[in-house]
Design a protein around this ligand. Structure first.
Ligand code: SF4
Ligand code: MG
Length: 321
């Protein structure tokens, strides 16, 4: 498997005012390490506020990371000038959560889909027009819709337009930030199936961001679980769902409904809220909510390491096998 993107020690810390104008730092992303392989779907899952959307934008340098390396096809994106980065972004596109607010209401679908071609100077007018008609059909909409405005469409149709806008440049990587969370459950499956078909057809690599382990179950090849700006577990989908190791992953999975309602499973309730990323707990940042925590967990932060074949976990109590 060939690496498409390698992320090393990626951090995004924001200064925020707290109390009497004392400066605090929000560690939204705090030392992420992972690799995305060509053609796979890597899902990144965690509660809202864990830093996953910030991470998605950092990967494309839509917001500037504080430090770290982002190697894309071996090239460190952090070393590129803003203009070089703008051009490089042709190969990596973002699909947003809310297809309504991400589409300009004053523009027709044709204008919205034309825009990336104009920005990246692709083709003459006739070629641009043909490309727009080609891509709208690829996402399952009729070219007759091209002169309409976003408000004339349903949520699912708007997300199809959002996907078409990301795809029209024929990128290698798509970062999809909760692409189905704003949609009705019945529509979610249609959009996930569409994304799956497009991945095969265009040989796309996906980073799929979600707060919901049940949503990413079918589309993922591997799943990373994120907690307070860090990855706490990453494994192939079958390993992660069948034998989760990290106590946080276990708790998240215990709330995912089982396909067979006769099989009972114990629900692990997480105590307390997600702590503030401006004041993360000492040691293992999960320790205040962890049922297994021991004294050492308060003082020493575990590192994400391979505990079994391609199964990485960040927890003191998990032995290497
Ligand atoms: Fe729980 Fe300790 Fe493992 Fe953290 S290191 S997940 S607190 S057992
Ligand atoms: Mg988010």
């Amino acid at each position: 498997m060939k690496a498409l993107m390698e992320v090393k020690n990626l951090k995004k810390h924001f200064p925020v005012k707290s109390g009497f104008s004392k400066k605090a730092m929000v560690k939204a992303v705090d030392g992420l390490e992972f690799t995305v392989y060509e053609g796979e779907t890597l899902s990144i899952v965690g509660e809202s506020g864990c830093g996953k959307s910030t991470m998605g934008r950092c990967l494309l340098r839509l917001i500037e990371p504080t430090e770290g390396q982002i190697l894309f096809e071996g090239q460190d994106l952090m070393q590129l000038s803003p203009e070089e980065m703008r051009l490089r972004r042709r190969d990596m596109q973002l699909v947003f959560q809310d297809p309504f607010s991400s589409l300009n209401p004053r523009k027709t679908i044709r204008q919205i889909l034309m825009e990336p071609l104009i920005v990246h100077n692709i083709g003459n007018t006739a070629e641009k027009k043909a490309k727009v008609e080609w891509i709208i059909e690829k996402v399952g909409l009729s070219p007759d819709y091209l002169n309409r405005y976003p408000h004339e469409f349903s949520g699912g149709q708007r997300q199809r337009v959002g996907i078409a806008r990301a795809l029209i440049l024929q990128p290698k990587l798509i970062v999809a930030d909760e692409p189905v969370s704003a949609l009705d459950v019945s529509i979610q499956a249609q959009i996930l199936n569409l994304m799956h078909d497009l991945q095969k057809e265009f040989k796309l690599t996906y980073i799929f961001i979600s707060h919901d382990l049940s949503v990413v179950k079918h589309i993922s090849d591997r799943v990373a679980v994120m907690y307070l700006g860090k990855i706490v577990e990453i494994a192939h989908k079958s390993k992660l769902y069948q034998s989760p190791q990290h106590p946080y992953t276990k708790a998240l999975l215990s709330s995912v409904p089982l396909p067979n309602p006769d099989v009972k499973k114990e629900r692990i309730l997480l105590e307390g809220d997600l702590p503030s990323p401006s004041n993360p707990p000492t040691g293992c940042s999960f320790h205040p909510r962890c049922q297994n925590a021991v004294e050492a967990c308060k003082n020493r932060a575990p590192i994400l390491e391979e505990k079994a074949d391609h199964h990485l976990v960040s927890c003191h109590l998990i032995e290497k096998r």
